[in-house]
Design a protein around this ligand. Structure first.
Ligand code: BG6
Length: 611
């Protein structure tokens, strides 16, 4: 038999029990969660019997087979991103036992599912998934006379692997949920209780939430949440989220990504608000790093994936040049604590907007095992990274739904800049004057970004002109290099074009062979990017016929070699970050012109929680 896992770990889960019709809540919740996975979806409604709907394809495919309304007041839902096995109707969740009494939705991978299946001799399995066996185990416990809660607990005890799991049983007015290395959060509503993989599942209904910890067991009923920790009932901690209820909506934009690009000025104001003291040349980011420890740091290691890795690279240049601390950036999946480093003098910083990326979590666990101190820079309160690191700083960008990260990149760099100033001032390596200059740049950032957003039409015209090019190259030096890499990543993620970012000086040592009249080059020519040297590289590619789009500070980088110039307002060392907004808009408009699925690009997911 072909080995197929169904769960696949980057899915969206939702559950509801209460006084209101469950179907519309579950259906809309799945739409809100679709950025976590969009190749098949399903819903199970609970009454004296279970009613299950599932369909391969996007959530809209499922919604097209749902009834207009039903009386059910309880149910669970799931949208999937498969890691193993094709996205078929059979492999879609919820999965049930042969009698159809038990339905489960699952995020994660059950490692021992085949062994468990072999024990259930005589059971017929209808999918190739790892998840289905959980429903069979629970039904077997119920057949053995166990009460519903005890049956679920007994089945969970048999599982090896990772799971965010929600269970519903026919005729039982309770949902059961538990987690192991996969996120689950409960929402406390006035007319019912919700559960989801993240808050966007139910944010429009409530902002009062409780995050489940690994091993927690939750019972959800009309009376709300009853939480068990190590088998004992405990009082749940309820947190109120700052986010607006409509934060998970498009607010009139065609795509979440465009909305989030335009939200950057507000996100950046949230990121810096109350954290800057220009008069003192200091910052307050509320981290618990003792001054003596900060003085003792010999190295800062940043671990991250994707866009977060490029935010880390931006910060590393700042930390090295402005604060004089050796700083290295690692792709999290490659990270090992090696090289004879002194763990007591190495601070390992995880940059991750979701706080759930498995590669980054594993890197942090390796650092901790080595004895290093760890710090998370994240956008997600209550996420696993927050629980696993010694300290955490929130970037406060608000929920980001578009799979391609945009506003969180800007808020990550701004937060890491605050961290750099904090460490530099404590160590005495960042003089007052330089500190206030950097903080002043941070304060000007939201307006500078807004002025770039106000020039969207010019970017759209440039994108329309070059959209059908063969390939795209992004070049930059110093702080311009991580932005060049990020610009290329954005275009790859949403337009599926061949795009590459390069250190500008490296182009002539090989990649320039790819340059033709149909390979536009986007060049960073701002403060912090050594623009005059990059202009030499601009001339080299222009001489080979490539159209060049220059992102230049008002007073720098003017050159006849530029076919298009997009001017960047003066904001010192953060100008490349401002210029990045042009690259986000460029990628968006190229992809939009090609009719791409911008919020749900093929093969991607917002947070990858398997290694
Ligand atoms: C990828 C996302 O799955 O994970 C990227 O598509 C993101 O946008 C990357 O940058 C890292 O995610 P996080 O949540 O760890 O910052």
């Amino acid at each position: 038999m072909v080995k197929q896992y169904g769960g696949g770990d980057m899915c969206g889960i939702i559950g509801y029990v209460g006084d209101r019709p469950a179907l519309p809540i579950l259906s809309r919740g799945l739409s809100n969660l679709e950025y976590r996975g969009y190749d098949s979806a399903g819903i199970a409604l609970t009454g004296p019997e279970l009613t299950v709907y599932k369909k391969s394809g996007e959530v809209s495919a499922l919604q097209s087979i749902l009834p207009k309304s039903t009386d059910h007041r309880q149910g669970i839902g799931h949208t999937r991103w498969s890691t193993h096995g094709p996205p078929t109707d059979e492999n879609a969740h919820p999965h049930t036992d042969p009698s159809g009494r038990v339905a489960v939705v699952h995020n994660g991978i059950i490692e021992n599912y085949e062994a468990l299946r072999e024990e259930l001799v005589g059971n017929t399995f209808t999918s190739g998934t790892d998840t289905e066996v959980i429903a069979h185990l629970i039904a077997a416990e119920l057949d053995g006379g166990a009460a519903p809660k005890a049956a679920v607990e007994a089945a969970v005890d048999r599982l090896d692997g990772t799971y965010g799991l929600v269970v519903t049983i026919a005729g039982v007015n309770e949902l059961y949920a538990t987690r192991q290395d996969s996120p689950l959060v409960v929402g406390h509503g006035t007319d019912g209780v919700f559960i989801g993989s993240d808050v966007t599942a139910f944010l429009e209904h409530t902002r009062d939430v409780s995050y489940l910890e690994d091993g927690d067991f939750a019972v959800l009923s009309e009376d709300g949440l009853t939480l068990y920790r190590e088998g004992e009932p405990v009082e749940p901690v309820i947190e109120r989220l700052e986010y607006e209820a409509n934060a998970a909506e498009k607010s009139g934009y065609d795509h979440y990504m465009l909305k989030e690009i335009h939200e950057q000025p507000r996100a950046l104001r949230q990121t810096i608000s109350g954290r800057i003291d220009i008069d003192k040349g200091g910052v307050d980011i509320d981290i618990d790093l003792p001054d003596a420890y900060i003085d003792s740091i010999e190295e800062i290691q940043i671990v991250a994936c994707g866009t977060s890795n490029y935010a880390g690279r931006y910060a590393a240049s700042l930390l090295e040049s402005v604060v004089d601390v050796r700083t290295t950036v690692e792709v999290a999946s490659e990270y090992e604590f090696t090289g004879g480093r002194d763990p007591w003098r190495t601070l390992v910083v995880a940059v991750t907007q979701s706080g759930e990326t498995a590669d980054t979590l594993s890197a942090i666990r390796r650092a901790k095992r080595a004895g290093a101190r760890t710090l998370a820079v994240t956008n997600t309160l209550g996420s696993t990274i927050v629980r696993e690191t010694d300290d955490s700083v929130f970037i406060r960008a608000g929920p980001e739904i578009g799979v391609a990260a945009t506003k969180t990149f800007a808020s990550q760099v701004a937060t890491l800049t605050l961290l750099a100033v904090s460490i530099g001032r404590t160590r005495g390596t960042l003089p007052y004057g330089e500190a206030t200059e950097l903080l002043e740049s941070l304060r000007q950032l939201p307006n500078a970004v807004q002025s770039v957003l106000d020039r969207e039409a010019a970017v759209k015209a440039t994108a329309d002109e070059y959209a059908d090019s063969d390939a795209f190259f992004f070049i930059g030096r110093q702080l311009g290099r991580p932005v060049a890499l990020e610009g290329a990543l954005k275009l790859k993620e949403i337009s599926y074009d061949h795009a590459e970012g390069f250190a500008a000086g490296e182009l002539k040592h090989g990649p320039i062979a790819l340059i033709t009249e149909s390979t536009p080059v986007l060049a960073l020519l701002t403060t912090g990017t050594r623009p005059s040297e990059t202009l030499n590289n601009v001339r080299e590619v222009a001489a080979r016929g490539a159209p060049v789009i220059g992102l230049a500070t008002d007073s720098k980088g003017q050159s006849s070699s530029l076919d298009t110039e997009l001017s960047v307002p003066e904001t010192g060392m953060l100008e490349p970050l401002v210029a990045n907004v042009y690259l986000q808009l460029f990628a968006y408009h190229v992809a939009n012109k090609k009719g791409r699925s911008i919020d749900k690009p093929r093969n991607l997911a917002k947070s990858v929680t398997v290694e």
